[in-house]
Design a protein around this ligand. Sequence first.
Ligand code: ARG
Length: 556
Amino acid sequence: MLNSLKDDIKLIIKDKLGIGNVIVEEPKKGDSDLSIPLFSLSKEMNKPLNDIYSLLKDVILENIKIVERIEFLSGFLNIYLDRVVFSRLVLDEIRNKGLDYATKQNNNKTVVIDYSSPNIAKSFSVGHLRSTMIGNSIKRIYEKEGYDVVGINHLGDWGTQFGKMIVAYQRWGDIETIKKDPTVELQKLYVKFHEEALIDPSLEDEARMAFKKLENNDEVERKLWEWIREVSIADLDIMYERLGVVFESNVGEAFFNDKMDAVIDELDSKGLLKIDQGATIVELIGMPPALIKKSDGTSLYFTRDLAALLYRYQTYHFSKIIYVVGNEQKLHFEQLKAVTKLMGYDFDIEHVNFGLVLSNGKKMSTRTGNNAKLSNVIDQAVTLAYEAIVEKNPNLENKKEVAEAVGIGAIIFNDLKNERHLDYDFNIENMLRFEGQTGPYLQYSAVRINSILESEEVDINNLDDSCFKLDHYFEIVKILSQLSSVIDRAMNTNSPSVIARYLLLLSQAFNHFYGKEKIIVEDIKIKNTNLLLISCVRTVIRSGLSLLGIKPLNKM
Ligand code: ARG
C-alpha cells in the first residue's frame, strides 16, 4: 500500500514536472510518513532547494488526495498523510484480500532455486538445514512476488564418496541395521571407512576403483548405489514433510552423468579446455582454474553442476537462478559463473550464501556426534514446546500437533531472523521462549488475536475513524502498509531476515497496543475499529509466517 503510494507520487512528479529520478522514502527519523530528499535534485537541476520544494509540494498536494500536509525540514520534503483516509484504505485492502494482501500478479518469469541439496552418503548437516530453511523461504517470497518458482533439491547422489560407501558396506555393512535408521547407519559406515583408511591407505584405492565401476555402470555397484539412494531419500522425505518443504524437482547429481560429455564437447569446441598434468581444466582470470575432469577420467562436482545449469536453462528458461549454499563454496560458484561467461552465456546466477551454526561457540555438527542426528534436534525442540504447552494450556486438544508446529517454527524463526551470512548460536531453550525474538512469540501473538476475534463479529460499516488519528493506532496501520515494500526488500537481498524482523516489529506494536487499549469496549464503534485493526494484524502475521515457512496456528 505504501509502496503504491510512493509509485503514484513518483509518477505524478514525472508526468507533471518531467523529473524522473525522485526518491520517495519511508523516513527512519522524524514523524512524517514519507519524505523526498531534495539536495541531490537541487544540485542536478541547478535550482535552489526552496524552488524545488515548492514545485514538488504544489504538484503533490494537488494530485495526491491522501496527502494532508507537506513540510520542509533540513533538506527534505516531508509528507504527512491523512491518517483516517490512509488507514481505511490499508485496512480495507487487507480485509478484502486476506492472505493475498501484497501478493503480486504473475510476471511470467521463472526463478530456479537450488537448495537443501544434501549428500546422501553423508549426514544431513546443519548447513543443509540452513540451506533448506533459507531456500524454502526465498522460494515463498519469489512466489508472492509473482514469479514461477522451480525449487530443486540437487541431491548429492554421485561422487567419489560413493566409492567409499560401497567399499565400507561390502566390508562392514549389515542390511537390516541400515534399514532401521539409514542416515545414521550409512553415516557410521562412512566414518568407519575414514578411520580404517588411516590404518590401511589401500582402502582409498579400492574406493576409487569402486567409484570407477559405478561410473561404468557395473551391476553390483549400481544396484548397491540405487539401494543406498532409495533408503536415504525415504529418510530425507520424512524430514522435509515435517519441515513443510516441497521441491518441484529432485533430480540429483547422478542424473547428469550422461549429460556431461556434451558439455565437455561444447567447452572443447569453444576452445576453452586445457590439459594440465593429465587433468582437464578451464583456465580463469583472477581465480584458480575450474577442474573439468580428473586425471583418472572420473567426473567432478563442478562438471555436474555445469551440466545441471545448462540443462536447467533449457528446461525452465529461467530469468534467474539462485544457489542457497554455505560460504565455503564461494569459489565454486564464482568459477561456475566465470566458465558460463566464457562459454558465451549471460545467466543471472546468484550464490546466496550463509554462515555457520555454532553450538557453545564451536561449529555445530551432525557429523561428529555432538548432535548425532538432525531429527533428534528437531525432536528435542518439539518436546520442549510440548512441555511448555502442557503448562500454559493443559486443556488444548491437539497438543502434539501444535507442539510440532511450535518446535519446528522455533528452529526456523531462530535461523531466519539472523542476517544469513552471519554465524549464529544454536540454543534450543532460547529459541523456544514465548517472549523475545522467537517463533513462539509470533505464533502466540496471532493466537492471542484469534482468541479475541473468535467470539466477536466485526462490523466494518460502523467504525470510529477518529481512532486512526491516535499514534498507537496509526503506528500499526503504517507497519501493516509496509508489507509489500518489506517483501520487495527481502527478495532483492534474498534475505528472509527482513521479513522476520518486520514481523517482530509488528507483533511488538500490537502487544504494546494491547497493553494500552482495551479491545472489547462498550463503545460499539471503537470496539469495531479495534477488532478490524487486530484482525488485519493477524492476517499480516500469518502471511509473514508462511513466507518464512512457519505454520500459523489457531490455538496454542
Ligand atoms: N551437495 C552439495 C554439498 O552438500 C551442495 C550442492 C549445492 N547445489 C549445487 N548445485 N551445487 O556440499
